[in-house]
Every structure is written in structure tokens, then in C-alpha cells.
Design a protein around this ligand. Structure first.
Ligand code: C2E
Ligand code: MG
Ligand code: MG
Length: 269
């Protein structure tokens, strides 16, 4: 297993040098207004032998290894490049990237982030959102809070990803300065059949509102999901029912033609 890890790390280093990594982007929309409110960057590895690999195929192997920081830095840089490409085409949308806890907690994280942003002066730092898993904050709460505050100082904001799958601690929710809660896709996917999952979704929407956070549902796979989310007061969504993750170029054509389902437009909420 250790040998496999070493091999993977070497291959990732090579892959980074040879430009084998790509970011796909999944649109985030307002179901009711039809507005494209942003996109989430999702990493893919165009492996020369194994084909297109998903994060689940390689990220866990490099967890807590310095190469995961290198890869994370590449993600931030590429997302900013994409934002500027979109800007030059008249598409102004924020991008969220998934940030690994180990990367976020590097001593020079904020300095490097500032330096990267400084290399893209045309991009407002508020166009970048960092998605953290609830568990990211558990390690050293005080340290993470300091880092988050420093990021917010330079204009970068946070989302809490996969909310509901971790400890869902109200104490953390109270203290973490996040702008957005992302309801985990497992609850959203099953909420049409499972009353408990529906209750969880409703609960998270209520929590978000109580703590003054925005809320978005992940894993919206059908029109009915969107309809029920709207009825529960959740207007923002992301999922295969809206769009699958796609290349940065494809986002431009997608954005020009996407229209919300008529069933969503007529929602009373
Ligand atoms: P996530 O951040 O919760 O991202 C959502 C995942 O759900 C993505 O899988 C996306 O393709 C998938 N998804 C979106 N809509 C639907 C839907 O309607 N139904 C279903 N079944 N799935 C949907 P992906 O791209 O395989 O990413 C998996 C996870 O890997 C992400 O979960 C995120 O935690 C992590 N990840 C992705 N890119 C990066 C990255 O650049 N850096 C780090 N550290 N982690 C990343
Ligand atoms: Mg995410
Ligand atoms: Mg998620």
C-alpha cells in the first residue's frame, strides 16, 4: 500500500508537470430566477493510461501529503485563470473550489492565497469561495478560525460543504464564519422517498436561515427535487438535474441557453 502511495505521488507530480489535471465546473443556479449564481470547480485527472479519473480515485491516497497542497494550489490558480477567461467573454460568475483541511492549515496559506490573487488583479477576491468540509474545522478550531478570518479579510469567503454528514455541531455552526451551507446530496437525493431525509433538509434550511447563512442543495437530480426544495424555501441548487460538471468552455454555451423548468418558475415560494 505504501509503495502504491509512492507511485501515485510520483505520478501526480508528473501529471502536474505535464498538465494532466483539469477542472470541471458544475453550475449553481437560482431555481426560481434562473440566474447562474456560480460554479463549483471539481478536479479531474486525464490519466494517460487510465483515462479520466475522479477525485475519489486519487485524492484520498495523497491526503495529508505535501503533494495535496501543490495540487490544491494548482486548483486555486486554474480556477482564477478560468474566472478571467470567463470575464473576458462577459461571463461574471464566482467560483468555489474544494479546499483540503491540510492545505488550509498550512502556515503560509493566506500569504500564498493573497499572492495568487495579486497575480490576478482583475478578479475580485469575492469571486473566490472556499468550500470546506465540516470535519476540516475540527482539528484545531482556534487555528482554523484565525485562517478563515484572514481569508475573509482579503475578501475570500467560505462555504460549509456536505453539511449534515459530519458532527453538524451547532457550536461550530455558530463560530464558523461561513457564507453558505451546502446541504449534502445524500439527504437531497433521498428526500422524495424518505421522510427523515426530508426532515433533515428542512432542518438545515431552517438552521441556515437562523444563522443568517445562504443555503444551497447539492444533488438536485430531478424537477421534483427542485419543486420541493422551493416549497421548503431553498432557492439555490446544484445537481445533475440542472447540469453535470463540464469544461470551462462548455459553461459559456450552457449559460447562454439554460432556462429553469416551468414548474420552478410558478413556485409560490
Ligand atoms: P463535493 O464537493 O461535495 O462535490 C459534489 C460531487 O457530487 C461531485 O463529485 C459532483 O460531480 C457530484 N454531483 C454533482 N451533482 C450531482 C447529482 O445530482 N447527483 C450525484 N449523484 N452526484 C452529483 P466529484 O467531482 O466526483 O467530487 C467528489 C468530491 O471530491 C467532492 O465532493 C469534493 O469533496 C472532492 N473534490 C473535488 N474536487 C476537488 C478539489 O479540487 N480539491 C479537493 N480537495 N477536493 C475536491
Ligand atoms: Mg464541494
Ligand atoms: Mg458536497
Amino acid at each position: 500500500s505504501i509503495q502504491r502511495q509512492h507511485e501515485t505521488i510520483d505520478h501526480i507530480k508528473q501529471g502536474l508537470e505535464q498538465g494532466e489535471f483539469v477542472l470541471y465546473y458544475q453550475p449553481k443556479v437560482n431555481l426560481k430566477s434562473g440566474a447562474l449564481i456560480g460554479a463549483e470547480a471539481l478536479i479531474r485527472w486525464q490519466h494517460p493510461k487510465r483515462g479520466l479519473l475522479y477525485p475519489g480515485d486519487f485524492l484520498s491516497i495523497i491526503e495529508n501529503h505535501p503533494i495535496s497542497v501543490k495540487l490544491g494550489e494548482w486548483v486555486i490558480d486554474s480556477a482564477l485563470l478560468q474566472i478571467s477567461k470567463w470575464q473576458s467573454l462577459g461571463l461574471n460568475i464566482p467560483v468555489s473550489i474544494n479546499i483540503d483541511a491540510f492545505h488550509l492549515q498550512q502556515a503560509d496559506f493566506v500569504d500564498k492565497l493573497s499572492a495568487t490573487l495579486a497575480r490576478h488583479p482583475m478578479i475580485k477576491p469575492s469571486s473566490l469561495q472556499l468550500e470546506i468540509l465540516e470535519s476540516s474545522a475540527l482539528g484545531d478550531m482556534a487555528e482554523v478560525l484565525t485562517i478563515m478570518a484572514a481569508c475573509i479579510d482579503i475578501g475570500v469567503n467560505f462555504a460549509l460543504d456536505d453539511f449534515g454528514t459530519g458532527f453538524s455541531s451547532l457550536n461550530y455552526l455558530k463560530r464558523l464564519p461561513v457564507e453558505l451551507l451546502k446541504i449534502d446530496q445524500s439527504f437531497v437525493r433521498d428526500m422524495l422517498e424518505d421522510a427523515d431525509d426530508r426532515a433533515i433538509v428542512m432542518g438545515v434550511i431552517g438552521l441556515a436561515s437562523a444563522f443568517n447563512h445562504q443555503v444551497i442543495a447539492e444533488g438536485v437530480e430531478s424537477i421534483e427535487h427542485g419543486r420541493q426544495l422551493l416549497a421548503m424555501g431553498c432557492h439555490c441548487a446544484q445537481g445533475y438535474g440542472i447540469a453535470r460538471p463540464m469544461s470551462g468552455e462548455d459553461i459559456v454555451t450552457w449559460a447562454a441557453q439554460w432556462q429553469p423548468d416551468p414548474a420552478w418558475l410558478t413556485s409560490l415560494h
